[in-house]
Write a protein that binds this ligand. Structure first.
Ligand code: GAL
Ligand code: ZN
Length: 667
């Protein structure tokens, strides 16, 4: 620490990516003055600065960064310092063209964008680790540097590389996993389509083939690719630790994104952080962002996490980039705090004037400070200042949604009964919990579930023996489980678990699925069952042909070939209970079922929250957030002090458009 006092972030961190190298030095003082005005206390610097940090192999050309960091330190603004390795500079690509990644169909990608590297390329890895090492040596103990930010959104543009060097590394990885080709043939089903390998050099990545590439090979390649990116991260992390062991290290995950297995990375990430870009054109943008929050908290084992990036207003990378509605930046930022975030950062501080992202919003927009965005930015800074007592506090969750990246990869492969998209299914199951104030974690199937009362299992297509047993034990011990169609279908080699689906959970569920009958796209099937309702109930997406073996039907198909047969069931198991959903019920029916499961589990399922209003507890506070663009009346059930305004509010209150209350929680 060289005797200097480290800049600590007190309370909730607030700020964004700061790219001063894109601006004349004369603007820096203005930046820092405006940061102070907005309440910014944490900025991320240097993430894409490689060409300005090293003009050639060797010494750093970082005098500019010294000055930036000193200015920030003097202003009391902490820095999340990038290692700068996410975009290799032209000199490195020219010297080592082999670091350029190759796509699944054999095209070598060019430089000129960013993230143009093969994660297995030795020249890239060496250069990145060397840069991280030089950065850590130079800035370890700098008073501004509060944390390190390795790489950027690993796998965002290039989730996997199919070049010959990657092929070689893949073979090494397979050799370590299987020992000899015979075992690989066994795991991959080599007898199908004449794919038995007799030596390692015959094995390739799953490149574009005339038809479906071997799914088990694809699954292993996804595991391998996540692991190669993790190895890049670890290399830089180790270089940092050698010089600056006490400072936390992060890399920004992408929330509900398929690319890397965040649970596998978690142990190497000191503070979990996420980039969350809900589409303002999506009426459920707040649901998507809430899922990103809960997932990130879960990946970090429940500890406080950081919203590393969001857009203060519009992004530039959708076909149409709708701005955030007035108040939406605030509401979604406070949602992140409510769900356990200890920092709210944006991409980026000052909207760029040049380059590919010049139409991406910034906290300081092109229009300057006389603007809606700037007023919202300063307003949020003040709000976050008032939320300091919440920092470090935990978010209790009684429900969990099982989630596994390996299963996700396997689920979304081709040649399946139907084209299922996990992101959509997770949203379906998350929605009723969100709307009724039930906070859920995303839990790995093999993780300790004993702290939960309810576990939802949406389309967990692949499950290990250990994961399958874990769910059964949870129910036997008194937990409530709700399993959806197309769960427990294959083992970790994507091999069907035989004897009727879902083989590992037939006893738990008291049934056997004899065959699948997916519904044509957009089609529905009427459902009925007790209690009768006025509303029509329908199944979507999927139908299982269910053979009851002890389970009681809750809903039955009311039309089609399966009319009269069970569609949704429940089954007591040990001290708990297991529900099964052989179809995707319409949202209202699904909500009713989740409510039933919550009742059974002893979880409070609130029915008083208007749609679009979320309630979530963090520490001693209850956050009530409206995502509606009109005022809404709420009954708070009593009087309470709002931490944001210090006003006493309730029991009746009118919450303005996208209004937020932070109340004392009741037990
Ligand atoms: C993220 C990335 C940032 C910025 C942002 C724009 O994916 O990490 O550097 O490009 O998108 O939305
Ligand atoms: Zn490669």
């Amino acid at each position: 620490m060289s005797g200097l006092e480290r800049q600590a972030v007190r309370g909730i961190g607030y700020g964004g990516d700061y790219n001063p190298e894109q601006w004349p030095e004369a603007t820096w003082a203005e930046d820092i003055g405006l940061m102070a005005e907005a309440g910014v206390n944490l900025v991320t610097v240097g993430v894409f600065s490689w060409s300005r940090l090293q003009a050639a192999p060797g010494e750093l050309t970082a005098d500019w960064l010294d000055r930036v960091l000193d200015l920030l330190a003097a202003a009391g603004i902490a820095v999340d310092l990038g290692t700068g390795t996410a975009s290799p500079p032209p000199w490195l690509v020219t010297a080592h063209p082999e670091i350029l990644p190759v796509t699944v169909d054999g095209r070598r990608l060019a430089a000129g964008g960013r993230q143009h590297y093969c994660p297995s390329a030795p020249a890239f890895r060496a250069a990145a680790v060397e840069l991280a090492d030089r950065m850590a040596r130079r800035y370890a103990g700098h008073p501004a540097v509060t944390m390190w930010h390795v790489g950027n959104e690993y796998g965002c543009h290039v989730p996997a590389c199919y070049c010959d060097r990657s092929a070689e590394a893949f073979r090494e990885w397979l050799r370590a996993r299987y020992g000899e080709p015979g075992a690989l043939n066994e795991a991959w089903g080599g007898a199908v389509w004449s794919q038995d390998y007799t030596s390692w050099d015959q094995v390739q990545p799953p490149r574009t083939a005339p038809t479906y590439a071997n799914p088990a090979q694809q699954l292993d390649f996804a595991r391998f690719s996540s692991g190669e990116l993790l190895a890049c991260y670890r290399g830089e992390r180790a270089a940092i630790a050698a010089h600056d062991p006490g400072t936390p290290v992060t890399t920004n995950f992408m929330g509900l994104s398929r690319v890397v297995d965040q649970f596998r990375w978690a142990a190497d990430v000191d503070v979990t952080s996420v980039d969350s870009y809900p589409d303002p054109a999506d009426p459920e943008a707040h649901l998507f962002s809430a899922m990103n929050c809960d997932l990130t908290r879960s990946v970090g084992g429940g500890r406080p996490w950081m919203l590393m990036e969001q857009a203060p207003n519009a992004v530039n990378w959708r076909a149409v980039n709708v701005p955030k509605a007035p108040g939406q930046y605030r509401a979604l930022s406070l949602q992140a705090v409510a769900r356990g975030g200890d920092a709210v950062l944006s991409f980026q501080w000052r909207a760029a004037a040049t380059g590919a992202e010049k139409f991406h919003s910034g906290m300081l927009p092109h229009a300057g400070t006389d603007s809606r965005v700037w007023r919202e930015v300063t307003g949020l800074g003040a709000d976050l200042g008032r939320l300091a007592p919440v920092a470090g506090r935990l978010v209790p969750a009684e429900a969990a949604i099982l989630h596994d990246w390996e299963s996700w990869w396997a689920l979304e492969m081709d040649s399946h009964p139907s084209r299922l998209r996990l992101g959509e299914l997770l949203r379906e199951f998350y929605r009723p919990l969100f709307e009724s104030g039930v906070t859920a974690d995303f839990a790995h199937p093999e993780s300790d579930l004993s702290g939960y009362r309810l576990v939802l299992v949406p389309a967990l297509y692949l499950v290990s023996d250990a994961g399958a047993d874990n769910v059964g034990r949870f129910a036997a011990a008194g937990g409530t489980v709700a399993v959806s169609f197309f769960s427990g279908i294959v083992d970790t080699s994507d091999r069907i678990r035989l004897g009727g689906y879902p083989a590992p959970w037939r006893d738990l569920l008291g049934l056997r699925v004899e065959e699948f009958a997916p519904l044509p796209e957009g089609a529905t099937v009427r459902l009925d069952g007790a209690p009768e309702t006025d509303q029509d109930r329908a199944g979507r997406v999927w139908q299982d042909v269910i053979d009851l073996r002890g389970a009681d039907p809750v809903l039955r198909y009311a039309e089609g070939h399966l009319a009269g047969q069970a569609a949704v069931t429940r089954h007591p198991y040990g001290r708990g209970e297991a529900f099964y959903l052989g179809t995707l019920p319409d949202p209202a029916t699904l909500r009713g079922l989740v409510r039933l499961a919550c009742d059974r589990a002893g979880i409070e399922f609130r029915t008083d929250l208007p749609p679009g209003v979320e309630a979530v507890r963090r520490g001693d506070q209850l956050f009530v957030i409206s995502h509606l663009d009109r005022p809404v009346e709420l009954d708070l059930g009593g009087k309470s002090r709002d931490l944001l305004t210090s006003d006493i509010v309730g029991p009746a209150v009118v919450l303005g458009p996208r209004g937020v209350l932070v109340l004392a929680a009741r037990d």
